[in-house]
Ligand binder design. Structure first.
Ligand SMILES: [Fe+2]
Ligand SMILES: [Fe+2]
Length: 199
C-alpha cells in the first residue's frame, strides 16, 4: 500500500492519507460503529436545514430525499453492527464536524451558502473514504457494501452543491467552496488518535 497514490476527488483540496486507510482497515468494527453515527448525523443535518428554510420548496424536496436515504444507510449499517454483535454504543466524535460548522457565518445568505457547502464537503469526504474502504477492505462482502454506498454519497455532495448554486451567486459559491475545501483538508492533516470515518 506504501507506493499507492490516492487520487483527489472533485471538491476536495487534498486526498486522504494512506495512514488513515491503514488505521481504518485495522479497526473495522470501530469504523462501522462510527459510520452508523455518521449516517444518523447526515440525516439530522438534512432535517435541520429543512427546518431552518421550510418555505424553500425545492430545497425542502431535495433535503427530504437526502434525509430518507441517510436513514436507509443508517439502518443498513446497523444491520452490519447486529451481524457482528457490535452494540450501538456512543462514540466520541473527532473534531472534524465541529471545526467545519464553526466556519458557518451567522448572517443570511452567507449562512445558507456555508451550511450547504459544509454538507457538500462532508459528503464528498464520506464518498472518498467509503470508496477507500471498498477498495482496501479485506472482507469482500463488507467491501461490496461500502461500494454500494459510495454512489449515494457522491450524489449527495452534488445535490448540496447544486442547491448552493441555485440559491447563491455562482462566483461566490466557487470562491467559498475553495476556502472551505482548503480548511477541510487542513483539519484532516493530523490523524485523530482513534479510528473514525472523519478522523
Ligand atoms: Fe449516507
Ligand atoms: Fe450522504
Amino acid at each position: 500500500m506504501a507506493s499507492t497514490i490516492i487520487p483527489t476527488i472533485k471538491f476536495l483540496s487534498q486526498p486522504t492519507s494512506l495512514a488513515w486507510v491503514e488505521q481504518a482497515i485495522a479497526h473495522l468494527d470501530t469504523i462501522l460503529l462510527d459510520h452508523s453515527h455518521c449516517e444518523r448525523k447526515a440525516a439530522g443535518a438534512a432535517l435541520n436545514l429543512m427546518f431552518r428554510y421550510p418555505s424553500s420548496s425545492h430545497l425542502v424536496r431535495q433535503l427530504t430525499k437526502i434525509a430518507q436515504e441517510e436513514l436507509e444507510h443508517f439502518e443498513q449499517v446497523n444491520q452490519w453492527l447486529e451481524r457482528r454483535e457490535i452494540p450501538l454504543a456512543p462514540l466520541n466524535a473527532p473534531p472534524y464536524g465541529a471545526k467545519l460548522k464553526a466556519q458557518i457565518r451567522h448572517n443570511e445568505p452567507q449562512r445558507l451558502l456555508d451550511s450547504l457547502l459544509v454538507c457538500a464537503l462532508i459528503e464528498a469526504r464520506s464518498h472518498e473514504r467509503l470508496g477507500l474502504l471498498a477498495q482496501y477492505c479485506p472482507e469482500p462482502e463488507l467491501g461490496a457494501f461500502y461500494r454500494g454506498l459510495m454512489a449515494s454519497e457522491a450524489r449527495h455532495y452534488g445535490i448540496y452543491w447544486v442547491l448552493a448554486s441555485r440559491y447563491c451567486d455562482r462566483q461566490e459559491v466557487e470562491q467559498r467552496l475553495e476556502e472551505l475545501a482548503n480548511l477541510e483538508s487542513e483539519i484532516l492533516v493530523t490523524l485523530h488518535p482513534e479510528p473514525r470515518i472523519h478522523s
